[in-house]
Design a protein around this ligand. Structure first.
Ligand code: R5P
Length: 293
């Protein structure tokens, strides 16, 4: 039993110091509840306010993508370098060690394969399973201007309602249809609609003209999507420009796991995103790491 003598002498209430109250570091996220903020802090690094997410969810509509044939061999060694991992629950359960990722962003929409109309998605997982898997966030595709635009928005709003109930943030992923123009005007529209309707953060592609207007007009954090494989220096330059123009980090897949040296590439991306290292210098870092056995 604890010693009850001298209890009053041991107390120090620091009456001269006001209670500390730290503002949460992410744009537009100050009013979220503790659990939601805690999950976002497993995705975004509190020191830089940014994230390097590794996207490996491609199989949910296109099967075994190049570089993802064996997640256990190709992706697991990269996990120490990723702030968060974006993937399906099937790959999480089957191939990812529970001790490895800091944050997991679970793909929660799906349905059509590459053989069908991609915008015809539905919600593809239950919140209860996301909680069971300790997800840091859920990701849902939003097809603005697509054939099933309204359905995809409703998928997102239903997940946002469920996520708000349990403290799980939702990532609205801008999906661009084949015939749509990828410009700042389109991405401003898509990101703003997602944020207005409740997405806690948004993923979108980079555009060279006016990307800063996309990030400025979106009230929640915007993450840059990687897109098709580019030469490493170009991919590093795109990431550099995106964060300089207001992105809160990147969610890159093929530009990392299809690189000649994925571990070197993700480390170079980290330098750009978290330390603001210029693309040329980051490329040198990539080449140096690549040359090491
Ligand atoms: C987009 O539709 C999905 O989220 C992708 O499967 C994935 O995130 C794309 O990553 P990346 O374009 O960087 O390979």
């Amino acid at each position: 039993m604890a010693d009850r003598d001298d209890l009053s002498n041991a107390k120090n209430f620091h009456l001269d110091m006001p209670a500390r109250s730290e503002p949460f570091f992410l744009k537009g996220s100050q009013s979220l509840d503790w659990g939601m903020q805690n999950r976002l802090a497993r995705i975004f690094h509190p020191a830089s306010g940014r994230t390097v997410m590794l996207a490996i969810d491609h199989g949910y509509f296109q099967g075994p993508t190049t570089g993802l044939e064996r997640v256990d061999l190709n992706i697991v060694p990269l996990l120490p370098f990723a702030d968060a991992l974006m993937l399906t629950r099937g790959i999480l359960r089957s191939s990812i060690p529970p001790s490895a990722p800091r944050g997991t962003v679970l793909r929660a929409s799906g349905g059509p394969s590459i053989l069908k109309e991609l915008s015809n998605e539905q919600i593809a997982m239950d919140l209860e399973d996301a909680i069971r898997l300790n997800a840091a966030a859920l990701a849902v595709q939003v097809f603005i201007g697509g054939e099933f635009e309204t359905q995809s928005i409703h998928n997102m709003t239903r997940l946002v309602d469920a996520g708000n109930r349990y403290g799980i943030p939702v990532l609205g992923v801008t999906a661009v249809g084949k015939n749509m123009t990828r410009d700042a005007r389109y991405f401003r529209l898509a990101c703003r609609i997602s944020a207005e309707l409740g997405a806690h953060f948004v993923k979108t592609y980079y555009v060279e003209e006016g990307f800063e207007t996309v990030t400025a007009s979106c009230p929640v954090p915007v993450i840059m999507a990687g897109g098709k494989k580019l030469p490493e220096l170009e991919a590093l330059t795109m990431a550099y420009n995106a964060v300089r123009e207001g992105a809160a980090g990147v969610d890159m897949g093929r530009n990392i796991f299809q690189s000649d040296a994925p571990a070197a590439m993700i480390q170079a991306v980290r330098k750009v995103v978290h330390e603001g290292v210029k693309p040329d210098e980051a490329f040198e870092i990539y080449r140096e790491l690549k040359s090491k056995p």
